[in-house]
Design a protein around this ligand. Structure first.
Ligand code: GDP
Ligand code: MG
Length: 320
């Protein structure tokens, strides 16, 4: 998703005003090095799976938005990857997208893996965040993995030290995204950063944008699970629309195009007799049926977009 997908007029025309004067709403970005637990935390906060959770670093390429609506607040979350040294055009685009996102949100949640310790990657990210000026909430994730609790305080102090002089973190919140420990406190702190105001999104509607993104991410995840070594960075999945069937409103039609970079990869994705693609599509369909609460008719096409990562036109078309 790019920032242009946030159609502010459409959002504002759908404003829901049946909330009290203390209601708060806004946009919040989650960021951090690969594998610190951004997707896990987002999933936990939203109570549903909206971003890929995977041990393969760096697979959450798009920023995925999930909206948390309660009686007293509405928080739209954006999951951004951490900045990395760009090696391809795709990398440069991603960095721009990430910076744009950081500057357009009400707060950034900066996540570190406190069990693994603070590293140069975290330091780099903290320095980049400091240049943007958006309030930053630091999250020390994976406290369930810290068995020696006396080690936690010095670790939190070294996290605190990542904020530049005169620009401290709004708060430092230790949590476990896995068990949910202290995530209530995180939500409280995040909400404090949001302005008072009505809801920005309908309380129940999941936008088509989100469903498309979700469908594309789940399909991509299922393909990557089956081809971990070679393919992860060569596969892009585009879902143009998620539409209810004309005759049955409990059935959604999803049409997905899977892009690879080379003919040989097309063969790998499809597999012998179509077996690989069939298996991936089936497990993607089953997962999406659970997530979206509807029966799904999923069709897939595999296309070769030569060197799409290096071609600006193709990148635009693939939504990067
Ligand atoms: P991302 O790359 O930052 O989005 O990280 P993921 O959410 O994909 O998580 C990476 C790995 O860390 C996964 O194996 C998660 O299960 C694991 N993980 C995430 N949060 C926690 C946590 O609080 N505790 C533990 N023990 N593992 C976690
Ligand atoms: Mg992720």
């Amino acid at each position: 998703m790019t920032s242009r997908d946030l159609d502010v007029d459409a959002i504002l025309s759908g404003v829901h005003d049946e909330v009290g004067p203390d209601h708060r709403s806004g946009l919040v970005a989650l960021t951090g090095r690969p594998n610190v637990g951004k997707s896990t935390l987002l999933n936990h906060l939203l109570g549903t799976k909206v971003a890929i959770v995977t041990p393969v670093p760096g697979t959450t390429r798009n920023t995925i938005r999930g909206v948390l609506t309660t009686g007293s607040e509405q928080i739209a979350f954006v999951d951004t990857p951490g900045l990395a040294k760009p090696q391809t055009l795709l990398g440069q685009r991603l960095n721009h997208l990430v910076r744009d996102t950081w500057s357009s949100v009400n707060a950034v949640v900066f996540i570190v893996d406190i069990a693994a310790g603070i590293g140069t990657g975290d330091r780099f990210l903290a320095a980049q965040l400091a240049q943007i000026g958006t309030p930053v909430i630091a999250v020390a994730n994976k406290i369930d993995e810290v068995s020696d609790k006396s080690a936690l305080l010095p670790a939190l102090q070294s996290l605190d030290a990542l904020a530049p002089d005169g620009q401290p973190f709004v708060a430092i919140v230790p949590v476990s995204a896995l068990t949910g420990e202290n995530t209530d406190e995180l939500l409280r702190v995040v909400t404090q950063q949001l302005p008072h105001g009505p809801r920005l999104f309908p309380p129940d509607a999941v936008s088509d944008q989100l469903e498309r993104q979700l469908a594309a991410e789940v399909i991509r995840e299922k393909l990557i699970e089956r081809a971990r070594e070679e393919l992860p960075h060569s596969i892009a999945v585009v879902v143009d629309e998620v539409v209810p069937d004309e005759h049955r409103d409990d059935l959604l039609r999803i049409d997905a195009v899977i892009y690879v970079e080379r003919d040989s990869q097309k063969g790998i994705v499809i597999g012998r007799g179509g077996d690989n693609l069939k298996a991936a599509a089936t497990s993607a369909r089953e997962e999406l049926e659970k997530l979206l609460g509807a029966r799904i008719h999923l069709t897939t096409h595999v296309k070769v977009a030569k060197e799409w990562q290096r071609d600006p036109k193709q990148l635009g078309r693939l939504g990067y």
